[in-house]
Write a protein that binds this ligand. Structure first.
Ligand code: HEC
Ligand code: HEC
Ligand code: HEC
Ligand code: HEC
Ligand code: HEC
Ligand code: HEC
Ligand code: HEC
Ligand code: HEC
Ligand code: HEC
Ligand code: HEC
Length: 308
């Protein structure tokens, strides 16, 4: 009998504690939403957010259709009251940026609550997530237009950390990134990808075929390195060689075609210039490509040597 009472009482106590707990953790959002914040923050650039998709109240998925400012900054009752002079004001629950005391993971989770899908499917475990980047490292929220989403301005956002790629764009041949005809996010998904190097496709070749479809083949005569990996011969961003090549012919070709295997290369094209029948002149201009011009593959019935 006593035992039963004890059980009943402790169950009662437990459920009361559980209830108290939920009451305690139910976030206390400002009843007047953004108006509570704008009392003090009605200033630029903060209010520029009203000109962005985030402020579209007609779309129920936006922050402004929900807890407004606090959908991102978290319920912040501690921050709203005014403080006396000299008193320290407690910060809002979520403050964004790399300088903030809010852990990066918590900042990002606040955005991912609404944006986990689509391009961000591979964010967890991605190189940028692993390197502790915040969403706010690239995205600005209190601006009319977010630079990283504007084709002409995107690269500058990336260059703040990737100086090497900026330097590559000043080389002799390069992808037209400065002109914004090709931009970083045409080839990379900065949020993470299933391929290497944050590429938008699973392989380098699939990424290149997006725009250079004619190089995909199938060809009657395939040149194995081309169908295997474009980066055997090309760099992606910029090169001191023409056509983004990572080496010049004949050296480029002689990495693989150096020996007795090809009847003429070892004799005529070693760069020494010692040859009969004008070997030296065949090294001029496009070198091996003077004759083997369809280097990515050929569909000509007799194009087995890629010369037509
Ligand atoms: C009574 C005035 C007042 C109200 C109301 C107010 N703030 Fe603030 N807020 C301030 C002041 C003052 C600062 C600067 C505090 C500091 O630098 O220590 C600030 C700073 C901030 C910061 C930057 C914090 C940091 O550490 O950099 C954010 C974000 C912020 N407020 C968001 C909000 C949000 C969201 C609301 C509404 C939920 C809000 N504020 C309501 C006065 C206010
Ligand atoms: C979509 C998420 C989001 C919403 C909604 C949002 N903010 Fe912010 N807020 C941010 C981010 C991210 C930053 C960091 C700076 C930036 O991206 O512009 C920030 C920065 C701030 C700052 C600090 C600015 C500074 O100079 O450091 C204040 C103050 C602020 N927000 C207030 C507000 C107020 C007030 C509202 C509502 C009117 C609001 N925020 C709504 C995401 C948001
Ligand atoms: C309450 C949900 C919600 C939260 C929280 C939220 N967003 Fe959004 N966001 C949306 C919706 C809805 C849109 C508009 C529809 C769309 O583009 O998906 C949007 C649009 C965007 C866009 C595209 C803007 C444009 O101009 O096209 C970016 C970038 C973005 N959000 C980044 C962020 C970042 C970074 C954070 C965290 C600081 C964040 N969002 C927090 C719901 C949210
Ligand atoms: C390294 C820079 C970088 C980081 C970090 C980053 N983004 Fe982006 N984000 C971009 C770029 C670039 C685009 C444009 C991509 C495109 O158009 O293919 C973009 C586009 C978006 C868009 C709009 C396009 C869409 O998917 O609807 C949203 C929303 C977004 N990012 C949310 C986030 C969130 C949430 C985080 C943090 C988890 C984040 N981003 C982190 C660079 C970044
Ligand atoms: C035409 C497609 C393409 C464009 C545009 C592009 N990339 Fe790449 N990027 C690649 C490929 C392919 C690789 C992997 C092979 C390599 O390292 O060359 C790569 C590699 C990288 C790497 C890793 C380098 C390393 O040594 O591991 C970084 C960082 C990078 N890109 C940044 C950028 C930035 C920033 C931009 C925009 C300014 C950009 N990329 C534009 C295709 C591209
Ligand atoms: C706040 C700094 C920062 C910004 C901004 C930034 N990155 Fe990165 N990025 C990093 C760090 C850190 C790494 C990981 C270390 C490394 O490989 O350099 C990285 C790695 C990469 C890689 C190589 C991944 C690999 O496997 O080696 C690529 C590609 C890349 N970033 C592309 C971009 C693009 C595109 C943008 C612009 C949309 C961008 N990054 C903006 C810091 C940044
Ligand atoms: C988003 C589209 C796009 C993607 C993806 C792309 N390219 Fe390009 N590529 C271009 C454009 C645009 C040009 C410039 C064409 C022109 O000027 O006529 C170009 C030019 C080139 C050139 C000639 C450069 C010169 O100086 O003559 C080479 C080589 C090249 N791309 C290789 C690649 C490789 C390798 C990949 C994969 C890593 C790739 N491209 C991915 C758009 C793309
Ligand atoms: C065996 C070395 C090699 C490989 C592998 C290779 N290329 Fe090339 N590519 C070249 C050479 C050499 C040139 C310069 C041709 C010329 O000057 O006539 C070139 C030129 C180009 C050009 C610019 C001229 C044109 O033909 O449009 C593009 C674009 C290109 N390659 C894309 C690719 C793509 C995409 C891949 C991967 C599918 C690839 N290349 C693989 C050697 C190669
Ligand atoms: C990464 C190694 C590699 C590079 C670099 C390379 N090739 Fe090849 N090439 C091959 C392979 C493998 C074959 C196929 C050989 C076979 O079928 O016996 C081939 C076949 C050929 C053939 C046809 C030969 C035959 O036996 O039918 C020619 C011509 C050729 N390559 C020219 C070139 C030229 C010119 C370059 C420089 C622009 C070049 N290759 C760069 C690997 C390479
Ligand atoms: C003047 C034109 C010309 C130049 C320049 C030239 N080749 Fe050739 N190459 C040929 C012809 C023609 C054949 C086919 C010979 C045959 O079928 O007997 C051939 C055959 C080949 C073969 C296949 C050889 C075999 O044994 O089946 C390879 C590999 C090759 N060339 C590579 C190269 C490389 C690498 C260079 C540059 C170092 C080069 N070629 C420069 C005309 C040229």
């Amino acid at each position: 009998m006593k035992k039963k009472y004890f059980l009943f009482l402790s169950l009662l106590l437990l459920s009361f504690l559980a209830l108290a707990d939920t009451v305690k953790t139910e976030p206390e959002y400002a009843k007047r939403g953004a108006a509570s914040c704008l009392k003090c923050h009605d200033e630029l650039p903060i209010t520029l957010i009203y000109q962005t998709p985030h402020a579209q109240q007609t779309d129920p998925d936006t922050p402004f259709a929900q807890h407004q400012c606090e959908s991102c900054h978290g319920a912040s009752p501690q921050h709203i009251p005014g403080v006396l002079e000299g008193e320290k004001k407690p910060a809002p629950s979520i403050v964004f940026g790399l300088q903030s005391n809010t852990p990066i993971e918590q900042q990002n989770q606040q955005c991912l609550n609404c944006h986990q899908q689509g391009l961000r499917m591979h964010w967890q475990g991605s190189q940028h997530q692993f390197a502790d980047l915040a969403c706010a490292s690239c995205h600005k929220i209190h601006v009319k237009e977010d630079n990283v989403l504007i084709r002409q301005n995107q690269a500058d956002v990336c260059f703040t950390c990737h100086g090497e790629q900026r330097a590559q764009l000043y080389r002799r041949s390069r992808h037209p990134i400065k002109e914004a005809k090709t931009i970083c996010s045409d080839c990379h998904n900065p949020h993470g990808s299933s391929g290497e190097k944050l590429l938008v496709e699973n392989t380098i070749n699939e990424t290149c075929y997006r725009c250079h479809a004619e190089k995909r083949g199938p060809f009657l005569w395939e040149h194995p390195p081309a169908s295997e990996d474009c980066s055997i011969c090309h760099t992606a961003h910029g090169s001191t060689q023409p056509a983004l090549l990572n080496n010049r012919a004949p050296f480029l070709c002689q990495q693989c075609h150096s020996g007795v295997e090809s009847f003429h290369t070892n004799v005529l094209y070693d760069g020494s210039g010692v040859s009969s029948s004008g070997g030296q002149s065949r090294l001029l201009a496009k070198s091996c490509l003077n004759c083997h011009s369809n280097i990515h593959g050929s569909n000509h019935p007799s194009g087995v040597r890629f010369d037509r």
